[in-house]
Design a protein around this ligand. Structure first.
Ligand code: HEM
Length: 140
């Protein structure tokens, strides 16, 4: 399957907009994003480009996601777990199984790499921990 056949641009836009609507309502993640995202239109457009590059090979994304996350104060593994839970819930609601599988797998790997990068930057000398993914017990 060519990358552009996995999903349409409209599905990418829906994924990103639905996901960040969930994030903004979330008691753990919502306040972090409200504090750090100055312009939601800009953030959402950037994230559509990011996911379009990953899911459709469009190469539109220009950004530096690792330093943007390393700069956020107080990130911890439960926040990444919640991020992934909300992401999984969003992809499950879109009705495109191939997109769901691929997007979930990519999100998990990227979340793990951000979490490694975060720990290496904030706790140098400590062995970085794996993310434990626990999808139980989180309200929908
Ligand atoms: C604990 C989990 C996470 C939190 C709290 C978080 C928070 C944020 C915040 C506040 C920003 C805006 C930063 C700014 O504009 O200065 C941002 C940007 C971004 N996030 Fe996350 N994020 C998380 C996980 C992830 C994951 C797992 C991915 C990808 C799978 C991701 C992808 C991005 C991208 C692509 C940007 C744009 C970076 C840029 O401006 O170049 N984030 N995130």
């Amino acid at each position: 399957m060519k990358p552009t056949e996995l999903c349409s641009e409209q599905e990418v836009t829906r994924l990103v907009h639905d996901f960040y609507a969930r994030v903004r309502r979330d008691d753990l993640l919502g306040p972090i994003f409200e504090r750090h995202v100055a312009d939601w239109d800009v953030h959402l457009a950037k994230l559509v480009d990011f996911w379009s590059a990953i899911l459709r090979g469009t190469r539109r994304f220009r950004g530096a996601p690792m330093p943007a996350h390393v700069a956020l104060p107080g990130l911890h593994d439960a926040l990444f777990q919640r991020w992934l839970q909300l992401f999984h819930r969003t992809t499950a609601s879109l009705g495109n199984d191939a997109m769901q599988t691929h997007a979930n797998a990519m999100a998990r790997r990227i979340a793990q790499s951000f979490w490694y990068g975060y720990q290496l930057s904030h706790d140098p000398g400590q062995l970085p921990r794996e993310l434990e993914i626990d999808f139980q017990g989180v309200p929908s």
